[in-house]
Design a protein around this ligand. Structure first.
Ligand code: SAH
Length: 365
């Protein structure tokens, strides 16, 4: 870390958020305070393994150091505004951040463990037509600490260890590249939550230069690309990002990613009735993915009130999946979790912002 990250002091200094620092940066910050490296490890453990609520809790750090830290750094936890529990075990939390903005995080229970869907931004700039997140104004990106706090808050409330993370909540993670990289470094650190990189998925709408940048990091996580269409006309209609990075460029970036990292790319495809779910769409998708060993997750689009997308019915969904499989594409239809609690990202936040009145949503479900 450079000296910029330390506040200069004085009455109006804005304190930096200490929870956002990966261990290496914390070591640098403590070295700047004349502290030995083991202190950084202790502090990191307090923040990310023991999840201390304040510097005062850190009772194996000297009081003078705690006071120094508290003078220069802030650490705060989000408030839990709402906690919704679905009949299928899915839980959704609406969290209020220190500046009053709200984000969502979703706990999903699978047979292989517990997974958390993490938000990376307050709002989203990508504007996908079927997605609730892009329909409230984009406010800002989240810090690494605010992403980690989603995990810590969810684990504390759920009372169990969460061992999988999907960066599939509100926001476009690759539009917040540096903070997302710090977040991943923090939660995979063995002195912190110690998550396995293999258990982390990062989902992107297809920001090609950022996919290329991610490939350079050679992380063992799973890259998941939101395709949702196999031709440029349909994809540009559903996802404006396609106008900047059309399918040919996106697929080239995915192939390069596969080669550089040795990791299979997975593809998300939300089935929207009458828009991307015809047999010809399945054939085009099979053609697009020929020669890749990517896996396709099919999901009937989660209808968001006021947005022009209706889910394909079960018969169409099954026929689409069968057609892909017959053409050698590895595809699974994903179970919809938490539909009864508006688990699709961004919906609860929209309600909270008053964009969709709550009783309307309740009546609609
Ligand atoms: N911005 C990233 C991650 C957030 S969205 C991305 O685009 O991948 C996570 C996934 O949910 C994406 O595949 C997104 O396209 C999908 N999604 C958004 N709204 C949806 C909806 N109403 N129904 C089904 N999937 C949706």
């Amino acid at each position: 870390m450079n000296s910029q990250a330390l506040p200069r002091g004085g009455r109006n200094a804005v304190k930096e958020d200490i929870v956002s620092l990966p261990l290496q940066q914390l070591q640098q910050a403590l070295a700047d305070l004349g502290q030995p490296p083991y202190r950084a490890k202790q502090l990191f453990g307090w923040l990310h393994a023991r999840r201390a609520q304040s510097f005062d809790d850190m009772n194996n750090l000297p009081a003078a150091l705690r006071a120094k830290l508290a003078a220069s750094w802030r650490m705060e936890q989000p408030d839990v505004v709402r906690r919704l529990q679905s009949a299928d075990g899915t839980e959704k939390l609406l969290l209020r951040l220190h500046d009053g903005h709200t984000i969502e995080t979703v706990v999903m229970r699978y047979h292989h463990g517990v997974s958390l869907c993490v938000s990376s931004q307050v709002g989203c700039r990508m504007g996908c037509t079927f997605c609730a997140s892009g329909h409230a104004a984009f406010v800002r990106s989240l810090s690494a600490g605010e992403m980690a706090a989603q995990l810590y808050t969810a684990e504390a409330l759920a009372g169990e260890r969460i061992d999988h993370l999907v960066l599939m909540g509100i926001g476009e993670p690759l539009d917040n590249f540096d903070n997302v990289m710090d977040f991943i470094a923090i939660v995979t650190d063995e002195a912190g939550a110690d998550l396995s990189m293999r258990n982390i998925s990062l989902s992107t709408c297809g920001l090609v230069p950022m996919i290329e940048k991610l490939a350079e990091r050679k992380l063992g996580l799973t890259l998941s690309v939101s395709l949702h269409a196999a031709n440029d006309a349909t994809r540009s209609r559903l996802m404006p990002v396609n106008k900047a990075y059309p399918l040919a460029r996106l697929m080239a970036a995915c192939r390069a990613y596969r080669e550089k990292t040795g990791r299979r790319v997975s593809y998300e495809y939300a089935l929207v009735a009458g828009q991307n779910d015809a047999d010809t769409d399945a054939d085009a998708l099979a053609d697009l993915l020929r020669g890749t060993d990517g896996h396709v997750n099919l999901i009937p689009v989660n209808p968001v009130l006021g947005l022009p997308a209706t889910a394909s019915d079960a018969g169409r969904t099954a026929a689409f999946a069968a057609r892909l499989k017959a053409r050698g594409v590895n595809a699974t239809v994903r179970r919809r979790l938490g539909a009864d609690i508006d688990a699709a990202c961004g919906q609860l936040r929209l309600q909270e912002a008053g964009r969709i009145p709550e009783d309307t949503v309740a009546a609609y479900l």
